[in-house]
Design a protein around this ligand. Structure first.
Ligand SMILES: C[S@@+](CC[C@H](N)C(=O)[O-])C[C@H]1O[C@@H](n2cnc3c(N)ncnc32)[C@H](O)[C@@H]1O
Length: 456
């Protein structure tokens, strides 16, 4: 199957090659199809090659040959379908192109699939399904069903006594029972959308900062793709983040989805005091992370060495939590070490013998030991960072804090993510330590700031 853009691309190469005897250069294709860059041309070339429509010699200019010369037909692309949701209206009238051998199978249309309700039938998020218009199906066939007058859903259909069962092909989801259903068509084929898949591949998003709501951004990422996340959310609307909303539950779910098995999320968070009462939002969030599937691998403390915050009737608050959440057991742990107080050779206690007398023998004290889970950092200028730019953001965490977690829970070449990256502290420290980074923030100003800080 080809999308409209891919078909235009193929047509141009075919026409050009027939006319001139050689294939067009990338720049000619870019100009003709009004594409933004030559890398977009390469992207389309790769898709057409993977789909078997063209053949290319590696590292040779104008070497593209049209390989598959099958006849094609265009059918309407009517929108998107997801479990229980109505089809979204498509703004333009779109088409997709499929081999003409399908033409004899009846009147056809295409739908884009959203969600994972049919994965056991081999229909995945981002796929395109080809539907043959028909008003009934056999038991167990996959069909587009109209229910409740305006909801369209893709399900396996079973007629039961006095009701119809709409069965998802995903053991995690429950069937839907309805009295009436209008069958709009049957799925006759599924095409994987390579373009969509490519855009979900986080390897195409590396070493950049994106301006987006982090939930939407994570939805555009493949599952199981991030090694480590080090992030800090807005604390109980404690600070003004230009009025942006914060949907914690969906952030937690998406974080779990995009984290690799064995990957870690470090969630740095503090609580607000409302009328003398600590909100304990941090605890609630940690419990919710467990609910979505994370292990609370550790509850660590980030202690601020110098804190200006004071309360007249309580001790000065000097710490925040660093919840270390793991998806399964951590795949990487390189413990940070500190020097021990006493080092070198010393007489050390030895086992009591049968005579009951304590003995001592000469032994070597270890020069260093694994750090505790309370980490101390100076904050403010010269503490959190000496990078003045960073203080254009009201709530940065120390560079060293991000670096210490990066060194502990990831290795060279790993992908480190910060979905609410603010001034870009996590991304900067990932870059400095030979990790890939992906940053995202909802505020355009902070994205600009982070890019400046990273020298992008
Ligand atoms: C505590 S700050 C992060 C600071 C960062 N750790 C640093 O060192 O600069 C939280 C950030 O979350 C961003 N934010 C709030 N809601 C967001 C959302 N829905 N999606 C993405 N970013 C969001 C805010 O703009 C803010 O920059």
């Amino acid at each position: 199957m080809l999308t409209k853009k891919q078909k235009n691309f193929l047509d141009y190469i075919q026409e050009y090659t027939q006319k001139k005897g050689i294939s067009p250069s990338h720049d000619e294709v870019r100009k003709h199809l009004k594409l933004a860059s030559v890398s977009t041309v390469s992207h389309y070339m790769k898709i057409l090659q993977e789909k078997g429509y063209i053949k290319r010699e590696k590292n040779t200019a104008r070497s593209t040959e049209v390989e598959k010369r099958e006849s094609l037909i265009s059918i309407p692309f009517k929108g998107y379908i997801a479990a229980g949701q109505p089809i979204e209206a498509v703004e333009e009238f779109e088409t997709v192109t499929i081999p003409s051998s399908y033409a004899s199978t009846g009147s056809l249309f295409a739908l884009g699939v959203k969600g994972d309700s049919m994965i056991d039938e081999g229909i995945f998020d981002g796929d395109t399904v080809i539907i043959r218009k028909q008003s009934s199906v056999e038991d167990g066939e996959t069909a587009v069903a109209l229910i409740n007058n305006n909801e369209v859903t893709l399900k396996k259909i079973y007629k039961e006594k006095n009701r119809i069962r709409l069965e998802p092909a995903n053991p995690r989801l429950k069937p839907l029972y309805v009295k009436e259903v209008i069958i709009q068509g049957k799925v006759i084929s599924t095409f994987r959308n390579i373009e969509e898949q490519d855009s979900k591949d986080v390897r195409n998003k590396l070493d950049k900062i994106y301006r987006s709501d982090c939930i939407e951004f994570m939805k555009s990422m493949d599952e199981n793709s991030i090694d480590l996340t080090v992030t800090s959310p807005p604390y109980d609307e404690l600070r003004d983040y230009k009025g942006y909303s914060f949907d914690f539950e969906n952030i937690a779910k998406q974080l779990f989805r995009v984290t690799k098995k064995g990957g870690i999320v470090v969630w740095v968070v503090g609580d607000k005091i409302k009328k003398g009462n600590k909100t304990l939002t941090s605890f609630k969030q940690a419990l919710y992370f467990q609910q979505v599937g994370f292990n609370v691998h550790d509850v660590m403390i980030y202690r601020k060495k110098n804190t200006p915050f004071m309360r007249s009737n309580a001790y000065t608050n000097c710490f925040e939590f660093m919840f270390v959440l793991s998806k399964d057991s951590p795949k990487t742990f390189t413990p940070l070490k500190v020097k021990t107080v006493r080092q070198g050779k010393e007489m050390l206690p030895f086992n009591k013998g049968a005579d009951g007398v304590n003995k001592k023998i000469m032994g070597e004290l270890k020069p260093e030991k694994t750090m505790t889970n309370i980490w101390d950092y100076a904050v403010g200028f010269g503490g959190s960072t000496s990078d003045k730019l960073a203080f254009d953001h009201p709530a940065i965490f120390p560079e060293k804090l991000a670096e210490d977690h990066i060194l502990s829970w990831s290795k060279d070449g790993d992908i480190v993510f910060d979905p609410m990256c603010g001034s870009g502290t996590t991304c900067k420290m990932a870059k400095n330590n030979n990790r890939h980074y992906i940053g995202c923030d909802i505020s355009e100003d902070y994205v600009k700031l982070a890019n400046k800080r990273l020298g992008n």
